[in-house]
Design a protein around this ligand. Sequence first.
Ligand code: NAD
Length: 299
Amino acid sequence: MAVIGFIGLGNMGGPMAANLVKAGHKVTGFDLVPAALDALKAAGGSVAASASEAVKGAEIVITMLPAGEHVRQVWLHQGGLIDVVKDTKPLLIDCSTIDVDSARTATAAAAEAGMTMLDAPVSGGTVGAANGTLTFMVGGDEEAFAKGLPILQGMGKNIFHAGGPGAGQAVKICNNMMLAINMIGVAEGFILAEKLGLDWMKLHAICTTATSNSFALSNYCPAPGPTPASPANRDYAPGFMTALMLKDVKLSQAAAEATGVATPMAALAASLYQATVDAGDATKDFSVVFRLLENMKRG
Ligand code: NAD
């Protein structure tokens, strides 16, 4: 049993913190949204009035925040968590998906204060978070990974040590770039299939056993019907918000720019998710790109 401070109790952090409670840990959480605090209380955790209060006496501090700017603000800004916990020196774990630079900056600041930080982004969506079946891709040194492993096992099923600091974020950015492109491919297939007079259920049944099978197709179909748990069946309630997917594809494009790698499909995917956001669907699940494509005319 560990004493854990958990900051960021949103679509992912909420169920992850609840699973840590279920695993027998003593979890104190903080979020800016009162409803998120109520949910952790209902799950048996404790809540605090601020991030600093939530991490008091913690052996492990976990953050699950939207983007790099929030992570830098919570950890590094004046009165940030690294300063707050520098005397007690817990293990620090950031599970948010952020740019590699912010991850390495936070890790370096932690090291300067005598602490270790793991970058441990996740894959598996809100269903994986609720079921405790997330995949974790972890960057950091071996010793810190070994210490964090039993905690991460309370929230996930597949826990990988990807390499040194920032390696977890690097894997995550590549993973989401591939998913972003793949989701659009599946959406285009279903739209074309309908115009060809095919039944979506049949298309799905056939293609999940054929060469186009993928996570987006088999678990997260963007067309309503074939995968009952997917956001498409609840008017694209997230899930994983389009704004966050756009953030991740942009992270991949910044990394591609920095390394001189050509990623033409991801560049096009970024423009389609941007158009989805511009159409007012930033807070819908990213599979709502299906609707944008459905309404596009061949030109
Ligand atoms: P979310 O917006 O639902 O949750 C983020 C939470 O952080 C919110 O509740 C917000 O109030 C809180 N927050 C923001 N600033 C804060 C601060 N200063 N102090 C305390 N709380 C603060 O987002 P999410 O879907 O839970 O995603 C979180 C991270 O996980 C993102 O980086 C995202 O890219 C990544 N991710 C999401 C999914 C998914 O399917 N939703 C899957 C894998 C990874």
